[in-house]
Design a protein around this ligand. Structure first.
Ligand code: AP5
Length: 215
């Protein structure tokens, strides 16, 4: 089963994708994570990507679609893909259809996480992750069980994203409204969109997504 998790920055796409990986053995394909790897490299591309991400703008369609194509080439047909943060423009949605067809796959669900925009800034500015295993946390909504120690791997090192500041978040929201939300009607016409209340607790959102996948 291949699905898209769609929603504005901070909607909970990454959080839910990690849980789907754990519960269903699916694979998370996050273009944000792939681009964060790219920006680590001291190359012209890495520096270009870092500048765009830190401004809250979107990286070019060709770059992100090529990344998705490469990841799917490594995946067997039995492993379901969770597209997290992709597609984000009409061109990427078209490119995804072509890429899936090339790999003999098809989209089963587009799950839209509906959230109250006012809550997103708080969610994003409070977010941090384990520097070792990448487990996601939040200053208020999801603290480690033991303060300063990762629940999953026991590491005591955590990090915050450079684009998780209020100014950049506002630009990312504008990009979502202007370029990403308009791709929804195309998926609605295919009857594959289901909306989930992204303001519910993390656990309840997972239950709602599980119910959709169970059909
Ligand atoms: P990306 O990494 O994709 O960021 P994003 O879409 O802005 O989404 P986030 O990761 O910020 O949020 P999320 O929905 O995953 O929320 P999370 O689960 O972490 O992209 C970053 C940048 O890369 C872009 O700005 C762009 O420059 C570039 N890029 C990426 N993909 C691209 C593409 N396809 N094309 C072009 N450019 C691209 O949750 C947030 C916090 O809230 C966490 O702390 C979590 O614990 C908490 N939380 C989650 N759910 C709940 C809940 N139900 N209740 C309470 N708290 C919750």
């Amino acid at each position: 089963m291949d699905i898209i998790l769609l929603g504005p920055p901070g909607a909970g796409k990454g959080t839910q994708a990690q849980r789907l990986v754990e519960h269903h053995g699916m694979r998370q394909l996050s273009t944000g994570d792939m681009l964060r790897e790219t920006r680590k490299a001291d190359t012209e591309l890495g520096r270009k990507v870092a500048g765009i991400m830190d401004s809250g703008g979107l990286v070019s369609d060709e770059i992100v679609s090529a990344m998705i194509d490469a990841k799917l080439s490594d995946m067997g047909p039995e492993v379901g893909a969770i597209f997290d943060g992709y597609p984000r423009t009409a061109a990427q949605a078209d490119q995804l259809d072509e890429i899936l067809a090339k790999h003999g796959r098809q989209l089963d669900h587009v799950i839209e996480l509906e959230v109250d925009e006012d809550a997103l800034v708080e969610r994003i500015t409070g977010r941090f992750t384990c520097a070792k295993c990448g487990e996601g946390y939040h200053d208020v909504f999801k603290q480690p069980k033991q303060e300063g120690v990762c629940d999953k791997c026991g590491s005591t090192e955590f990090k915050r994203r450079p684009d998780d500041n209020e100014e950049t978040v506002r630009t990312r929201m504008q990009e979502y409204r202007g370029k990403t939300a308009p791709i929804l009607p195309g998926y609605e016409a295919r009857n594959i969109v289901t909306r989930v209340d992204g303001m519910a607790s993390i656990e309840d959102v997972t239950h709602a997504i599980d119910a959709i996948l169970a059909g």
